[in-house]
Design a protein around this ligand. Structure first.
Ligand code: N01
Length: 548
């Protein structure tokens, strides 16, 4: 059992999205003999698969880009403030070429099994191509949002038209012009896709179960002078990211000295509870609806949150001409900040168009898929194309579908049947030398995920270097450390709107039928988490067993 040359590899990397690419680069720099596998035909991970119309970053791209290469930062010229999928995919291809990473990647190859052998301390990895590889370290860089979720509709295969999922969009695109299109799901993907599809399609019906709180993205073409300044300021931007719990610098150009001759620029209040109802409305007028997402008390105080929710609904009633559409699009039964923030470009404007309608699945649920469309409890809707924007079996879906077996042949999916159990989101007891990049129990998706990816990759890379230098054969968490970490992760999420009893989300796993409810990412923040990771190392890999 070996790679094609008959050697035992040092490491195997599964997945070549943002995490996998950087992992390959770091391991190459260490001089390791590695092999990476990619199910897609190109690099990019989420940015390879999610190529639906309107797909773009939800953070300013200056901050959602690699920081590991100063030269890359200087050379790459972003064209939009919040870059779209094509540009990000181009960037990741550039990264793969620039750092010569493709030579280590097998494309169109799915890993099926990762099997640990206790006698040799090696991992055997099998692929859908019938190949078998053996390595000392196995690193999953499969991303948190990878396994598409399809609704369990009755007669799901009955529809005779074309069916797509936003997370598996065809590489050559889809021409929707003149078509009658239906989209199921109005989360981040649906919210981005709907305005773009509405412009092409003859008719668009949005089948919506839960309306979202969404805020304008404020994307714009990148101004050359802003980019030039950001390039000068990158060191400071990265430092500010490291000092922020979300990994976000909120960079807005260089800090300007206050001009004492001019009145200070007004700022919104910090807390919604500190201002009167009239002031709240005035602040929405002055700063835009986004202001509601910025009041700090709305994150933990239910009363403050409900005030913001009601103001949001009022804003919808004022924005949308059709009161029925306004009502259908109004989130009612769960708090703001429960789900991942959604940002949009002209989402509500799309619903003002005559060719766009909405079906409220809370009032009239889907009964079945038919040959011509979808039947709800109220009517049968006919269309030519059905698009699922129904999200992902997030964080654990891909990992649990792999045949990952550790000590005593234990299946990782079995160990995680009641929820993921990891130490620091990096390793799981019983699976020595097996790492996940941004695994459950790390900040990952509740932070600027690329910032978290870089931190995790660097930690894993340094850990492997340490093991090799010190002739340590295996690293694996201690059970008491793992148990304590799971408890610590649960505690960190307590009291947050993300774990409110009325909240359902993919963070909690409740979007997938039968998945146990539990908050999977670590909410204490990236700065805190980085310090905790550093402390673990400073104390000789505290919480891990190292075996020589
Ligand atoms: O998935 P979602 P997504 N019948 O789970 C509905 C990232 N992302 O792909 O809320 C009917 O948020 C579901 O309804 P409900 C980002 O992290 C980022 O949109 O479960 N409807 C919901 O409306 C994001 O959070 C960007 O009641 C069903 C929708 O489908 C994450 O990906 C862009 C249903 C799914 O929403 C996931 O976003 C896009 C059913 N059986 C995505 N099942 C950026 O901006 C599900 N739904 C970078």
């Amino acid at each position: 059992m070996s790679d094609s040359q008959g050697k035992v590899l040092d490491a195997i990397v599964v997945g070549t999205g943002m995490a996998g690419l950087y992992m390959i680069k770091r391991l190459n720099d260490q001089g390791l003999n590695i092999q990476a596998f990619e199910a897609g035909s190109g690099v990019g991970g989420a940015w390879f698969w999610n190529r639906y119309p309107g797909c773009r970053a939800d953070l300013p791209i200056i901050e959602y880009s690699y920081s590991f290469s100063k030269e890359l930062e200087q050379d790459w010229n972003w064209t939009e403030v919040m870059a779209g999928q094509p540009e990000i995919e181009r960037y990741l291809n550039h990264v793969a070429d620039r750092f010569d990473l493709r030579k280590d990647i097998k494309f169109d190859t799915k890993v099926t099994d990762c099997l640990y052998d206790e006698k040799s301390n090696l991992w055997t990895v099998k692929t859908n191509k019938g190949e078998t590889y053996t390595a000392t370290y196995c690193i999953l860089a499969t991303g948190c949002l990878n396994e598409p979720n399809y609704p369990d509709f009755k007669n799901a295969d009955a529809f005779k038209g074309d069916v797509y999922h936003t997370a598996q969009w065809p590489r050559n695109g889809v021409d929707l012009s003149g078509k009658r299109v239906a989209i199921v799901g109005c989360g981040s993907s649906g919210v981005q896709a709907i305005p773009q599809i509405a412009k092409q399609a003859k008719q668009l019906i949005a089948f919506q179960r839960s309306p979202v709180y969404t805020f304008p993205a404020r994307n714009a073409p990148m101004k050359p002078e802003f980019l030039a300044q950001a390039k000068k300021d990158y060191a400071e931007i990265r430092e500010r990211q490291r000092n922020n719990e979300m990994g976000i610098a909120n960079y807005n150009g260089p800090k300007k000295e206050a001009d004492p001759s001019k009145p200070a620029k007004p700022k919104p209040s910090k807390k919604i509870m500190d201002i009167t109802p009239e002031q709240r409305k005035q602040e929405i007028k002055d700063f835009g609806i986004n202001v509601l997402s910025q009041y700090v008390d709305t994150y933990f105080n239910r009363e403050a949150n409900e005030i913001a929710c009601e103001l949001y609904r009022e804003y919808l009633r004022e924005t949308l001409e059709d009161p029925q559409k306004a009502d259908a699009l109004s989130p009612k039964n769960y708090p703001l900040h429960c789900k991942r923030p959604v940002i949009d470009t002209e989402y509500y404007a799309a619903f003002q168009r005559d060719n766009v309608s909405i079906v409220d699945l809370r009032a009239t649920p889907v009964e079945e898929v038919t040959a011509k469309g979808l039947r709800t409890t109220q009517a049968e809707y006919e269309f030519d194309v059905l698009i699922y924007a129904t999200g992902f079996d997030a964080m654990t879906g891909t990992i649990k579908r792999l045949n990952i077996r550790g000590r005593n042949n234990q299946l990782l999916a079995d160990k995680w049947k009641d929820g993921p159990r990891m130490y620091m989101g990096l390793q799981s007891v019983g699976f020595p030398n097996f790492f996940t990049v941004t695994g459950p129990g790390s900040p990952s998706v509740v932070s600027n995920v690329l910032h978290s990816i870089e931190q995790h990759v660097e930690w894993i890379d340094a850990c492997i270097a340490y093991l090799r230098e010190n002739h340590i054969k295996t690293i694996e968490p201690k059970i008491e450390a793992e148990d304590a970490w799971v408890e610590h992760v649960n505690k960190a999420a307590e009291g947050s709107m993300m774990t409110a009893p009325t909240c359902n989300s993919w963070y909690l796993g409740t979007n997938i039928e039968g998945k146990p409810r539990g908050f999977m990412p670590y909410l204490a923040g990236t700065k805190t988490y980085r310090q905790e990771c550093e402390e673990v190392v400073a104390k000789g890999y505290e919480g891990f067993s190292l075996a020589s």
